[in-house]
Design a protein. Structure first.
Length: 328
């Protein structure tokens, strides 16, 4: 067997002793650098640390609740924009000779009391409900986030005033407020209903945003930015808002389904949307008097409303679980 330590090739110990302490130090540093470049799991160089949003998106993609609810919502959005893709009829075209008749070829959901096709009205009703829910949620989120965020950041008298104002709005029952405020409106568009929801819905988002901003502004990176002379605008937009917006997104996503149900409730009571607007709430109200004779008139619009509200609530729950580090 040949000697592994050949005469012309000195071993590591002899090389280090010959080169001196400086070479030993350089060798140790190079070894340390090579080890730091390795992944602890043996998978190669370290990658950039993932943020809260990237971790949330990774969890959402693996959550079946998120996937199912997203597919349902995507389908609702598509038929809201292009209802003619799956319904070729006119929701306002009625034939009294077919009043309350059941399912027929070309009319799978039957007809309502006025002889209108229930299937077509159910498909076109998604446009109104989704539009009201999305626009009301956007208005509530923007107004509540701005007011609550500014009050939480600056504090003082503005925070005290906002707290008392929100207490006043929380004392107003939503349905009773809708009966009082919308009963004097004669418009048949969706804007009065959206305005009412924004008027009574912003205090909830405002309190969420206020608490989130108060928590975020106490973090070390915000204090460091303040010590370095960063302006209030820069701290709000650059450091606080990205780290305080997650709770607002979660509450707004869940509230979207609530606003769709609220629109249907107000329309059912006769103070929300009014004919000729096509709405699930209007169809449910018209069908409630004939539910024993023609249950199909109530079944389909009520089922569509329930599935839509459930989809948005499921989506909000999935987003909450992904964005809340305490639930990981």
């Amino acid at each position: 067997m040949p000697d592994p330590q050949q005469p012309g090739l000195p071993d590591d110990k002899s090389a280090i002793s010959a080169a001196g302490a400086g070479a030993a130090t350089d060798m140790a540093m190079s070894e340390g650098i090579s080890l730091e470049g390795q992944d602890p799991q043996g998978g190669g160089p370290d990658t950039k640390p993932r943020s809260l949003w990237s971790d949330a998106w990774r969890d959402l993609r693996r959550n079946p609740v998120f996937l199912v609810s997203s597919l349902i919502i995507l389908f609702l959005v598509v038929i809201s924009i292009w209802p003619s893709l799956i319904a070729s009829g006119n929701p306002l075209s009625c034939d009294l000779a077919k009043s309350q008749q059941g399912s027929q070829p070309g009319h799978p959901f039957g007809f309502n009391q006025q002889g209108c096709d229930v299937y077509t009205r159910t498909v076109y009703g998604a446009r109104t409900s989704v539009a009201v829910g999305v626009l009301a949620t956007l208005g509530v989120a923007v107004l509540g986030s701005v007011l609550g965020g500014l009050a939480g950041f600056f504090g003082g008298v503005w925070d005290a005033i906002l707290s008392r104002v929100t207490d006043m709005f929380f004392a107003i029952p939503v349905v009773l407020g809708g009966l009082v405020l919308l009963s004097v409106v004669t418009s048949t568009t969706i804007w009065p209903v959206i305005g009412f929801m924004v008027l009574l819905g912003w205090p909830q988002i405002s309190r969420i945003a206020r608490g989130s901003v108060i928590t975020a502004k106490q973090n070390d990176y915000v204090q460091a930015a303040r010590a370095l002379g960063a302006s209030n605008t820069r701290m709000l937009l650059r450091h606080i808002t990205p780290n305080a917006v997650a709770p607002v997104i979660v509450v707004a996503t869940i509230a979207l389904g609530t606003y769709i149900a609220l629109e249907a409730t107000l329309s059912f009571l006769g103070v929300g949307l009014r004919p000729p607007t096509v709405s699930w709430g209007i169809d449910i109200s018209d069908a409630s008097a004939n539910v024993r004779n023609a249950p199909h008139m109530l079944l389909w619009p009520a089922g569509a409303l329930a599935i839509t509200v459930l989809a948005f609530i499921m989506l909000g729950d999935a987003v909450r679980d992904a964005l809340d580090p305490k639930l990981r």
